[in-house]
Design a protein around this ligand. Structure first.
Ligand code: PEP
Ligand code: MG
Length: 763
């Protein structure tokens, strides 16, 4: 035995002396050991202290593609168990070992005995060495003795050889990395929802189980087909459960939110392709992999971003089936579910709605993803669930470690990883302040100027859940309900009844006040997967708003039917978006009349005393106001788009954001002109619902122009009300007169800030 040990050690020393490359050295060592110890397989896992993982670093006999990729936690599988306990594991029939974990695609299925020996030096755990054999008897004591001595020597040799240098440099780098990681890192992204979140990081990595699958043949096709059919059934059940959870959490959702998954599960072409592979003699797992690879390739060739995103949904559903099949075959459930402790912030590369609904949503304090933008499905859901979320935070995963303290500032779109004490105390103060604010009730203060003119303050909302805060802030009804969310969280157009339910809930919440429902304003940055949006060079000037509606009459009619039906329960105002020509509002009204007549003819209860309005957000309207006013009861100024189109400045482009200024004297002059044109039309009313209405510095100018019906994000109402109560109407008129003669927005800002400070208003 001694001579065998010596022979092996001599060989190993020679390998180390002759080679520089760590991978090559280990590769040679496993070959020598396998051959000299009568084993078909020899593998070495090296422990990465930084990541706390055992990494397959060399193997003879297993699939080499897994080198560097196969990672086990201490305690995971037989290898992890040997490492964690520091004890040798020597078993025949490893599948019967409680810790056995089959590494799919490794090729280890056929080996019937397993020896796992921890590599330790002076109490330091360095890794694990495994031997595997076809023969189903445990390794003999003489072999284990050889391995034990060799392992001690290997661990020592590793530590005291050239590899030590490498490891030392590595660990120097790792040390530097660790100290770098202790520092605060700030990462920018795109905010999907307002709010601030403070919590600890939890990392969510979805395992791509397809990577483990190698093509494998079987003769038991009939059995495989049955297995597949069974997995399909289970997948359907799981999706139904997810839908139920979604519906219980989001009022806008209905069971159709996961329809795209069901659609894939029912897609004959897809299912036939998988079955064909099974009939060709492949296992279900291999067949799923073949089909997934094929579809992913085909999707990636598509131009349309929305369709390309569907590839993710397809992969999601195929992975679900794969996991079910794997679990049924091995009896071991594979789960990507993460344990979210209270108030944790999830960091992930990307998140699908199905991932989100599998998590304990009430414990999630925030979400950070590396991929995705504000229109991603998950962004909409995060908004609906009121979870502070930052998407597109590139390199966040590289910088964060599990449990790091994190602050998400969704207003400034910053993610603070390991924030400094200063940053922490700043945000803690802000959170205290806002929670104090949120306890206050503002509903009693009247919205009147100091000379007694009543100003109407309404809320802008996109979600049913936002209706609850309208009352608290004292909003008089809804001045703008953006209906896009309802359409965007689905992969299909919401049915009339689904829409009716949602609109009805809003009327129920708002009770006696007016509810302004804007007909779908889709296009520009908001596409719908089920409408044929072709790529446009200038989407903001392209197929959006009323232009989409008038070319999709069925969609428009369905929505109007649902709105009119729901409106029977309250005071309805309908609002048409993006009108630029009179013919559009004429046609829109015709469609509305048709819908109303149809409802009437069918005796379906509906509103018959609603008001009809249009957004004033395209400059062409301003110089033909009278003609437009023939067809509407009111207009609502959409300053977000009106500024965009007036100054030719993309409202979402940071590079030109400095040109987007509602306090620009030209724009204030424009508002004055619009409002003046309404003065002679006492029967028609003018409102404003763009962000400008919630801008405290703009408010005196709006009042000065005579615009006294303001709709804004509900949380802005208290501050705006304070401003209203501080000025007289006369002062506002005078102020506006003064600023329209100024040369630039900075001068306007300066003047209004001075006025604020005279009145003791906080700037
Ligand atoms: C606007 O353009 O000002 C507006 C209120 O509409 P949206 O922001 O939805 O385009
Ligand atoms: Mg608009």
């Amino acid at each position: 035995m001694l001579s065998k040990v010596l022979t092996i050690l001599r060989r190993i020393s020679k390998i180390i002396a002759e080679n520089d490359d760590q991978a090559l050295i280990l590769d040679e060592i496993v070959k020598v050991l396998a051959k000299n110890l009568d084993s078909e397989v020899c593998s070495i896992y090296v422990f990465n202290d930084d990541r706390e993982q055992l990494v397959l670093t060399a193997t003879f006999g297993l699939n080499k593609d897994l080198i560097g990729k196969l990672k086990l936690k201490p305690g995971e599988g037989i290898t992890g168990a040997a490492f964690k306990s520091g004890e040798i594991v020597n078993v025949a029939n490893p599948r019967e070992h409680p810790k056995f974990k089959l590494v799919k695609g490794s090729g280890e299925e056929k080996y019937k005995s397993f020896l796992s020996v921890p590599l330790n030096v002076g109490g330091r755990h360095v890794g694990v060495l495994n031997l595997q054999k076809i023969n189903d008897e445990p390794f003999t004591p003489s072999i284990t003795d050889v391995v034990k001595s060799v392992c001690t020597q290997i661990a020592n040799l590793i530590i005291s050889s050239k590899m030590l240098k490498e490891l030392a440099t590595d660990s120097d780098e790792a040390q530097a990395e660790v100290s770098k990681k202790k520092k605060q890192v700030v990462i920018r992204g795109v905010s999907a929802n307002a709010g601030i979140a403070i919590g600890n990081a939890v990392l969510f990595a979805k395992t791509d189980y397809f990577a483990e699958i190698r093509p494998e043949r079987t003769l038991a096709q009939a059995k495989e087909v049955l297995l597949f059919e069974h997995a399909l059934k289970t997948a359907r059940k799981e999706i139904a459960e997810l839908s139920t959870k979604a519906v219980s959490l989001i009022s806008e959702a209905d069971a159709s939110i996961f329809d795209v998954h069901i659609l894939f599960l029912d897609d004959k072409t897809l299912l036939d392709a998988i079955k064909q592979k099974i009939n060709d003699g492949y296992t279900v797992e291999s067949s799923l992999k073949f089909v997934n690879d094929d579809y992913q390739q085909r999707f990636s060739r598509l131009q349309d971003q929305v369709f390309r995103e569907k590839a993710l949904d397809l992969k999601d559903i195929l992975l679900r089936i794969l996991k079910i099949v794997m679990a049924m075959r091995s009896g071991e459930v594979r789960s990507d579910d993460i344990e979210v402790q209270s108030r944790q912030i999830i960091f992930t590369n990307e998140l699908l709605p199905s991932d989100l609904f599998r998590m304990p949503i009430d414990r999630i304090a925030g979400i950070v993803t590396e991929k995705g933008g504000a229109t991603a499905h998950v962004a909409l859901l995060a908004k609906a669930l009121n979870i502070p979320t930052i998407l597109g935070a590139r390199d966040s995963l590289e910088n964060v470690r599990a449990d790091d303290e994190v602050i998400l500032d969704c207003h400034a779109e910053n993610v603070y990883i390991r924030p400094t004490e200063n940053v922490k105390s700043h945000f803690k103060d802000m959170i205290q302040l806002s929670s104090r604010e949120s306890e206050e009730d503002y509903s009693d203060e009247p919205s009147v100027t100091s000379d007694g003119r009543e100003i109407s303050l309404r809320g802008n909302i996109s979600l049913i859940s936002e209706t609850s805060i309208l009352k608290k802030y004292g909003a008089k009804g809804i001045g703008l309900y953006r209906t896009e969310f309802l359409f965007m969280i689905r992969d299909f157009m919401p049915a009339e009844d689904a829409q009716f339910q949602v609109y009805s809930k809003i009327f129920k919440e708002v009770k006696d006040d007016e509810v302004t429902i804007r007909v779908l304003d889709i296009g520009a940055d908001k596409a719908l997967p089920y409408l044929n949006f072709v790529k446009e060079d200038n989407p903001v000037l392209g197929w959006r708003g009323i232009r989409v509606l008038l070319s999709q009459k069925e969609l428009m009619k369905t929505q109007l039917r649902a709105i009119l039906r729901a409106g029977a329960a309250g005071k309805l105002r309908i609002l048409f978006p993006m009108i630029s020509c009179v013919s559009q509002i004429i046609e829109a009204r015709q469609v509305l009349s048709e819908v109303e007549s149809e409802l009437h003819a069918k005796n379906i209860p509906h509103s018959d005393n609603y008001k009809v309005g249009m957004m004033l957000e395209v400059p062409s309207v301003i110089f033909a106001l009278d003609e437009f006013l023939e067809y509407v009861d009111y207009m609502s100024i959409g300053t977000n788009d009106l500024i965009q189109y007036t100054f030719a400045v993309d409202r979402g482009n940071e590079q030109v954001a400095y040109l987007f200024n509602p306090l620009h004297p030209s724009f204030l002059k424009m508002l004055k002109f619009i409002s003046g044109a309404f003065r002679s039309r006492g029967d028609k009313s003018l409102a404003i619902c763009g962000e400008m209405a919630g801008n405290i510095y703009a408010v005196p100018f709006l009042l000065g122009a005579g615009i006294i019906d303001l709709s804004m994000a509900p949380r802005n109402i208290p501050a705006v009300r304070k401003v209203i109560r501080a000025f007289t109407m006369y002062e506002c008129v005078e102020l506006l007169e003064k600023v329209v003669g100024l040369g630039n927005p900075e001068a306007v800002e300066c003047l209004i800030k001075q006025e604020f400070s005279k009145k003791g208003l906080k700037s």
